[in-house]
Design a protein around this ligand. Structure first.
Ligand code: NAD
Length: 476
């Protein structure tokens, strides 16, 4: 997204100043001013090679430390970061201009409380007449974590917990458009880690993160593993380095609604998911395909649940003109903006601020294939389930990332999951269930489809190693 010249202290002070003078919004309730100690420069280096060298030294100490040290770090992060989440969410929203504070608080809280720690590193043992073989998860060393502008602090929290649990130190490369809030958070994490473990530079970054510093980090010989959470460009770039890459790329998640679905619930769930943090999560509903018999009922329910329905041909064109830029790509200026901002940009009048803009389109409309990353949801119809599934596979575009379906037909749900081949398939729930929010399962903000790890956790950031003991410990 946009690049930023925001200074950390200025950003913190401006948010605190606004918060203290504003009381009309849940999102801007007063937050206490952070102490100077959390705005220090811990872990932040002038250049890439110094940061990588420091992180390597930290890894060596961590690697010789008991497993308990890692879990102590995770416990301390969970405890001490929680009070900072409201400020963190405000900083990220303000700096990136994307998403909303309430949902960012929910996302950051989920990352902090539900990212698995060292318990994720389950060992496996095989014993027999010839002895015992042990399979364990061991660290890589320094992990280069490249984070997106859309979930900047969530990804740092999620990756820090997972990567450190696996025994690694981490070099974070934030998006330049989210650098102030990201560096602020990295410093706090580093100070908590030092306080609890006495190890310095377990998390590092550079004071001026740019695309060039990210490229330099990717090429640094001290960093054996790159974990990239972002669009296809940076994932492909990382894969060309020849290093081990965990690539979490873009998606275009379709939603299928068939005639057996509970339409009222489907409408509520789709609105909740597609409006969450103004649709910036990569898993969020990006287009809906509804079987025609229940299409008008679904649209009616969308309206009852706070959506603004755009179904007149000329208004659909106005939306498309605003959302799609002349080169056929998404208008980046509207990414992560509110539904009201999108309607205003399109020149469409409205009374109450809607939760979501729902746009009725043809099957072949360009909106169906674009990853909009904004609360503007195209909806099209299909004659039956088979046609809906075929179209869903087509518009998902081979990202194999995430898909949703609302149906009571178990056979069809299975058929769709198999045909779509996505890393995540959500049945009868809002898309954020995919992240582990309001659903069973752990939380992740790095969903690695191109490289196959899927929903990542500590074990994804570890090497599998085999340890063989001959003629021993078979006591059966
Ligand atoms: P982005 O690709 O613009 O940026 C991601 C990261 O890559 C940033 O740190 C950025 O600085 C770096 N980067 C981008 N271009 C670069 C270049 N030319 N040279 C060096 N570094 C470069 O993505 P974004 O806009 O920040 O995030 C949104 C995208 O990320 C969406 O496509 C979304 O689907 C995807 N995403 C995927 C996941 C997942 O888990 N699969 C999670 C979040 C976001």
């Amino acid at each position: 997204m946009k690049s930023s010249n925001v200074n950390i202290d200025e950003l913190v002070n401006s948010i605190i100043g606004e918060a203290l003078t504003s009381n009309n919004n849940e999102a801007t309730k007063p937050v206490s001013k952070p102490s100077i100690s959390i705005i220090g420069k811990s872990g932040i280096f002038d250049n890439v090679s110094d940061a990588a060298e420091a992180a390597l030294a930290a890894f060596k100490i961590l690697n010789e430390s008991p497993l308990k040290v890692r879990q102590n770090i995770v416990d301390a992060l969970r405890e001490r970061l929680s009070s900072k989440i409201p400020l963190m969410a405000e900083m990220a929203c303000k700096e990136t201009g994307m998403g909303n504070v309430t949902d960012k608080i929910a996302k950051n809280t989920a990352a902090l409380t539900q990212t698995p720690g060292t318990e994720d590193l389950e060992s496996r043992v095989i014993t027999g007449d010839l002895g015992m073989t042990l399979f364990e998860y061991s660290p890589y060393g320094v992990v280069g974590s490249i984070c997106p502008s859309t979930n900047p602090t969530e990804t740092i929290i999620n990756n820090a917990i997972g990567m450190i649990s696996a025994g690694n130190s981490v070099f974070f490369s934030p998006h330049p458009g989210a650098k102030a809030s990201s560096l602020w958070l990295i410093e706090i994490i580093e100070e908590i880690i030092f306080d609890v473990s006495g190890i310095k530079n377990v998390v590092v970054s550079v004071k001026e993160p740019t695309f060039d510093t990210t490229k330099e980090m990717m090429a640094n010989a001290d960093i054996p593993l790159l974990v990239v959470t972002g669009g296809p460009g940076i994932v492909n770039m990382a894969m060309k380095t020849g290093k081990k890459v965990i690539g979490a790329g873009a998606g275009n998640p379709p939603v299928i609604v068939d005639e057996t679905a509970d339409i009222k619930k489907a409408a509520r769930d789709i609105i909740k998911g597609a409006s969450f943090d103004y649709n910036v999560p990569c898993v969020a509903e990006k287009e809906v395909i509804v079987v025609q018999d229940v299409a008008s009922e679904l649209m009616h329910e969308f309206g009852l649940n706070g959506a603004f329905i755009v179904d007149k041909e000329h208004e659909v064109e106005m939306i498309k003109k605003a959302v799609i830029s002349q080169d056929g790509n998404v208008n980046k200026g509207l990414v992560g903006k509110s539904p009201a901002t999108i309607l205003r940009a399109a020149g469409i009048g409205f009374h109450e601020e809607p939760k979501l803009v729902v746009v009725k389109v043809e099957q072949n409309d360009p909106l169906m294939k674009l990853e909009q990353l904004m609360p503007c949801l195209p909806v099209t119809t299909a004659r039956n389930f088979d046609e809906a599934l075929k179209l869903a596979v087509e518009v998902e575009g081979g990202c194999l990332h995430t898909a949703m379906m609302h149906s009571k037909d178990v056979y069809r749900l299975g058929q769709a999951a198999k045909a779509l081949r996505t890393s995540i398939f959500v049945k009868n729930a809002p898309s954020y269930a995919a992240l582990g929010v309001d659903a069973e399962g752990f939380v992740t903000f790095t969903i690695a489809t191109p490289t196959g790890e899927g929903t990542t956790s500590a074990r994804s950031f570890a090497r599998s190693r085999r340890c063989v003991l001959s003629e021993g410990f078979n006591i059966r």
